[in-house]
Design a protein around this ligand. Structure first.
Ligand SMILES: CC(=O)N[C@H]1[C@@H](OP(=O)(O)O)O[C@H](CO)[C@@H](O)[C@@H]1O
Ligand SMILES: [Mg+2]
Length: 534
């Protein structure tokens, strides 16, 4: 029913399989098969399948699997997934039989797969393919329709914890978050410089729809205007959404005219990332990204823990994309341990689990906070007598610990800003971001680039890192690295330096090195200094 149409090898990347939607039917069917096997392998736990291409353009789609504890698919199974989608139709049956045998899966045992999708027009077709894959192996499939990625993670964990985490339904999700948010707000909608109003850019994706659902249920405890709702001609993520705002460093289309310093939020196409932004009185765009959210949350949680006199280890996890100024602030001002891991939430999540309270955010706004069982027990115990610990318990309920959740993260930021009496001006003044720039470089084969040290050092092709080092040394506070993207067929370049001009120039020079030494195929990059007069 779902013949394999593409001959190209496709890889389970940073966040599952991604590609042009018309090439994905067979991938989806096979992922339905794999999710069923994985559920049996994990003794009948629910496995989730989310159909989305997140921040990528509308013609793309993708699929990611969710493991029983809400984590991304275990890495040893990524290889199984990659092999499964790449075998020919003729080999498929035998290949599945081999997976069953190799992993000693009891094919007669029960299997449960939850499936959800974003609002791309091709998602329903792909969802049917996943469901057919589950049915082909006689698994049980439950379809959730159009939901955000973090909602899917929530449903999976809710089901696998026998509802201790919440009810595995859309209403169960809203109830848990809104109830915690409103209790924390306790009727106080404004405080100091904090105002109860914000603009929410839904990227024409599922996040917009769900935010409208929150609005209906929230009784104006937060006054949210949703733009880019996905009902007009606008395409998903096109000129809008968290990735656009973060990478282009400009506001989304469709912004109403607002007062300077109005808080604005952008989420991505599957609502697992969030960034804040505003324009100041001179009309200048200002971004408050994932690093900013992480530092805000870390400061707030540290205060709460200290005032509860709890001895809990709090740590923060970032990637190489974190702004150098944020890392300095964490180390020198917050004095919180910080570690750097490779890109992709799975890496951050695992590292964060090493702490009693682990805060992790990618600079692009993808992140959450995880609490160990023992820290939850200690907080619950303290909450019997200490109101601050009761607040901490509500904060835990407000957080979607299973994965980064744009709306839950936003409600947490709103809670903290309200508590501190801060507006965006107060928030942004905690430290000054270094100017930064990202480039995408087209190369023949992006896998010729290999990195180490959390992707900050490039080991292949030989000589590239030495040349990067030489270039970086010419710039004050210069830092740059290159890595192959796991979601797009490009090499990404990141650069930061003390001034905007230097940053653009550094990014350009490193981009040129990649083109020269890693088989660039695109047009030659334009030297920004030649363009200075334009
Ligand atoms: C620089 C950047 O933002 N990279 C993103 C992007 O991964 P790449 O491997 O860089 O394409 O998509 C991932 C999935 O959404 C996200 O986790 C990651 O942070
Ligand atoms: Mg996303």
């Amino acid at each position: 029913m779902y013949p394999k149409v593409s001959k190209e090898t496709i890889q389970y990347g940073t966040a599952g399989f991604r590609g042009k939607a018309e090439l994905l039917d067979s991938v989806m069917f096979r992922m339905g098969v794999l999710a069923t096997l994985r559920s049996r392998f994990r003794e009948g736990s629910v496995i989730g399948v989310m159909i989305t291409a997140s921040h990528n353009p509308e013609p793309d789609n993708g699929v990611k699997l969710i493991d029983p504890k809400g984590e991304m698919l275990e890495s040893s199974w990524e290889k199984i997934a990659t092999d499964l989608v790449n075998v020919s139709d003729q080999e498929l049956e035998q290949h599945v039989a081999n997976i069953i045998k190799d992993n000693q899966i009891d094919i007669t045992s029960s299997s449960y797969v939850y499936v959800g999708m974003d609002n791309r027009y091709h998602s329903p077709r792909l969802l049917k393919a996943v469901a057919d894959g589950v049915i082909a192996l006689k698994g049980n499939v439950r379809e959730f329709g159009i939901v955000t990625t973090p909602m899917m993670h929530f449903f999976v964990v809710a089901a696998n914890t026998k509802e201790a985490y919440g009810k595995p339904t859309e209403e169960g999700y809203y109830d848990k978050l809104i109830s915690a948010f409103e209790k924390l707000r306790n009727g106080q909608l404004e405080n100091g410089n904090y105002r109860n109003r914000l603009i929410f850019d839904g990227a024409n994706g599922v996040g917009a729809r769900k935010m409208l659902q929150f609005n209906k249920r929230m009784n104006k405890s937060l006054d949210v205007t949703v733009i880019n709702q996905g009902v007009g001609p606008g395409k998903i993520n096109e000129e809008c959404g968290a990735d656009h705002v973060k990478v282009q460093q400009k506001p989304p289309v469709g912004m109403p005219i607002v007062e300077p310093y109005t808080r604005c939020v952008s989420v991505d196409g599957d609502a697992d990332r969030v960034v804040y932004f505003f324009t100041d009185e001179t009309g200048q765009f200002r971004l408050l990204d994932g690093d900013r959210i992480a530092t805000l949350v870390a400061g707030y949680l540290m205060d709460l823990i200290q005032s509860c006199q709890l001895d809990l280890r709090l740590g923060l996890v970032q990637t190489a994309y974190a702004n150098g100024a944020s890392t300095d602030y964490i180390v020198n001002e917050l004095k919180v341990p910080v570690s750097c891991v490779p890109t992709g939430v799975k890496h951050l999540h695992h590292k964060a689990l090493e702490y009693d309270i682990g805060i992790y955010f990618e600079a692009n706004g993808h992140g959450t906070i995880v609490f160990s069982d023992s820290s939850k027990a200690a907080i619950s115990e303290a909450a019997k007598t200490n109101p601050k610990a009761q607040t901490l318990l509500l904060v835990i309920d407000l957080i979607n610990e299973t994965v980064g959740d744009a709306i839950s993260d936003m409600l947490l930021v709103e809670t903290i800003l309200n508590h501190k009496g801060w507006d965006v001006k107060d928030w942004i003044s905690s430290y000054a971001d270094l100017p930064n720039q990202q480039l995408k470089i087209q190369v023949k084969d992006r896998n010729v680039i290999q990195t180490t040290d959390a992707e900050r050092v490039c080991v292949k092709p030989e000589g590239l890192q030495d040349e990067i080092n030489q270039v970086v040394a010419n710039y004050k506070r210069g830092r740059a690295f290159v890595r192959p993207s796991g979601t797009e067929d490009v090499v990404r370049v990141y650069a930061e330096a003390s001034t905007r001009e230097d940053t653009l120039q550094l990014a350009y020079e490193v981009g040129r090195l990649v083109q020269k030494l890693a088989g660039g195929v695109g047009p030659e990059l334009v030297n920004p200094s030649n363009n200075a007069h334009l």
